[in-house]
Ligand binder design. Sequence first.
Ligand SMILES: [Zn+2]
Length: 400
Amino acid sequence: MIKIRSGSLYSWLSNKRIYTFVIVIVLIMLPPITGIQVSAEVLASNFFSDTYHEARTKFLTAAKAAGGNLEYYRHPLLGADSEELYIDVATFNLPGARSVLVLGSGTHGVEGFAGSAIQVGLLAEGIAKNLPSDVGLLFYHALNPYGFSHLRRFNEDNIDLNRNFIDHDKPYPANEGYDELAWLIEPDSLSSWQDIKAKLVFAWYRLTKGKLWLQKAISQGQYNHPEGLFFGGNKEAWSNNTLQKVVERHLIAASKVVLIDVHTGLGEYAAAEVITEVRPGTPAHERILKWWGNRVKVPSAGESVSPPVMGSLKSGFTRLLPHADVTVVALEFGTFPPPEALWALRAENYVHHHGGDEQMDKQAIKYELKRVFYPDKQEWKQAVWQQGRGIVLQALEDMY
Ligand SMILES: [Zn+2]
């Protein structure tokens, strides 16, 4: 809570966070509480944030107002503005509920703005109101808070969390394609000549080995290059470990669990794709199709904007609940064509490990990464909110 010490009124009044807090309350909570009509577009844009700290404040405010139980898992490091970092978990009707809908954001750090907004919007709209006693909700916010705050897709150890849910006691799978291309994906400088070389070689591989080969080589995951892209790690990441604790604490007694983990950056601009690893033709696949129709895509069947990936959160989460009926999907919102994301990731990764210099403005490179994964356009935000809302509510409806 906010405390005012005597004699510190001036410093209290000049604390920017107080104003953020008040504005968030007014913008998010007032319309649903008072019934004041605000246009859908204005309301939706209020769910979105510009920084990790703002997103966290909105999430906690909305979750508290909705009557959720909150848990805060403190990350060992600080954020880009020296703020504390947390995975925040809001639960409703837990423990106890047999059917639980889980909605997650920020597995890929900088991609967290969209998922956070969907969480905030659903809470503000009243998703947690009048839940039957055997239906629970669990929202985890900013699974990779370090990446969210520092505008990285990867975490504090350069790990891609969505490649980290693998058995670290066994030999890691090989990715020979990445090994071959590593010198271009993680170059020793960001010169124009390096860029041209990389573009030419990638074009050659695409022509001779095919688009899918190239896509898999670069992004399906790799365990040999700790300073590279899509590195799955050589240990369980802090966030992976924390998610396991959350699952054990809240979900172990549930018999039916649906997880929707929100991502951005792949696919047509503002389009939503529901990515699953369940095999076509199985009852689980039929059920997902019933909920989400032709938005459902299976990477191993070549249907998805994403290639099949190694050590995914989807596979790890399913393994954590062997006795439950578990449905796990990634909800992916498209932004810009894949090469834009790749060049932005490659540049950000370079400055993350080597720093910027006079020619290379580290902050500008970070902001470019943010723009690629979080377009600052009203129509994009509106489309993300509307589709995200519909997709989550569709799954929840079937749990009643
Ligand atoms: Zn992602």
